[in-house]
Design a protein around this ligand. Structure first.
Ligand code: ADP
Ligand code: 5GP
Length: 205
């Protein structure tokens, strides 16, 4: 008997200017659904109580460059003066096993993923305003004044890229924003291309 094709994993890419609430929304989505999470490498220092191997893989710039040369990354980019990159193998492993995987990456990385993973879907989280973005960045209390200013100075150019995304979610009220993000994710998991066996299972005897 022929085996039915397995469900395929959905790559879900979430972008936002720093401070818009992306980590907060991603944490809620991961708490509700058994999604894998692409743990990025970065050359920036750990922030708050971030843990190596859980929030990021923290590398020196030399270590990061050797991994670029070794073809270790699905994509990488320089963001706010540091390198950030997505290790390729865990992404392949998740998708091959039919598990959905979340990417919290910047717009340059998202553009690269759109070329290498055409099945990926892209969500942009917008802050309600630049003033509120600054309040959130300062309220988070994890970035120096210089880092806050650097992040704010990049916000407008990142937001200008939101037009090519599949969905834009304004993170005004957190619960309302989460409902919209959740709805987009659930709708996407229903794509026939990710579920090639469903129709076949009904019509095959
Ligand atoms: P990002 O990952 O996009 O940099 P965070 O998730 O760290 O942003 O959120 C930045 C700050 O804003 C955090 O202190 C977080 O608690 C707060 N925050 C997130 N969403 C909201 C919201 N809807 N309303 C008010 N504050 C929020
Ligand atoms: P932060 O320093 O606030 O954690 O992240 C800064 C920016 O880098 C955010 O926009 C975040 O999404 C992005 N980022 C995190 N990991 C990666 C990655 O692997 N690749 C790319 N291109 N950007 C990343």
């Amino acid at each position: 008997m022929n085996e039915l094709p397995r469900r395929k994993g959905l790559p879900l890419v979430i972008c936002a200017p720093s401070g818009a609430g992306k980590t907060t929304l991603v944490t809620k989505l991961r708490a509700e659904f058994p999604l894998d999470f692409s743990i990025s490498c970065t050359t920036r220092a750990p922030r708050g109580n971030e843990k190596d191997g859980i929030d990021y893989i923290f590398l020196s710039k030399d270590e990061f460059r050797s991994r670029i040369d070794a073809g270790y990354f699905a994509e990488w980019a320089e963001v706010h003066g540091n390198y950030y990159g997505t290790p390729l193998k865990p992404v392949r492993d998740s998708l091959d096993a039919g598990r959905d995987i979340l990417f919290d990456i910047d717009v340059q990385g998202a553009a690269q993923i759109s070329l290498s993973l055409p099945e990926a879907r892209f969500v942009f989280i917008l802050p309600p305003s630049i003033g509120e973005l600054e309040r959130r960045l300062r309220g988070r209390g994890t970035d120096s004044d210089e880092s806050v200013r650097l992040r704010l100075s990049h916000a407008a150019s990142e937001i200008r890229e939101s037009h090519w995304f599949d969905a834009v979610v304004v993170n005004d009220d957190l619960d309302a924003a989460y409902v919209r993000l959740r709805a987009f994710y659930l709708a996407d998991t229903l794509q026939p291309s990710l579920n090639p066996a469903l129709a076949q299972a009904v019509i095959s005897v």
